[in-house]
Ligand binder design. Sequence first.
Ligand code: CA
Length: 164
Amino acid sequence: MRQQVILQLLPILVLLAIAGVQSFPSNSSAAIKGTRAINSGFKKFHIVTYDQKNWHDALQSCHLYGMEFAAIESAQDNFEALRVIQSAGLSNQKVWTGGNDLAIEGFFSWVTTGTPFSFQYWANGQPDNLQDSQHCVYYNHLYGRLWDDENCNLKFFFLCEMRY
Ligand SMILES: [Ca+2]
């Protein structure tokens, strides 16, 4: 009896599964589970809500998703990036950006564009390159979600961007 019910339900379950797949967005970036995206002019920021990586692995992850590591190049970018972090429920987490001074100490640029920082959102007293080991830039919730430089090997959430 129980098996019969399951057999009768099987076609319905299959149909539901197919409908679920078909309703999934065809855009590859939108299909990444757990991301939140918000437009910022010509780009859209995404944050992967289930994974924390060191800065270099985060860079690779953005590329694997067909995106770039986020460059925060304007007040609007910054506003939208903060909105993505908030909407993802990660307001109390540390979040990597693509900012770094790995090439030359003290000269920060965006890894995606190679351009030096124009817009800046540093926390008071940052960047401080503490213990001469901080070369990657993240949103630090402990400093009001302003920018801070930190050791690139630490694992944080990370922002990617899709350009249009
Ligand atoms: Ca620092």
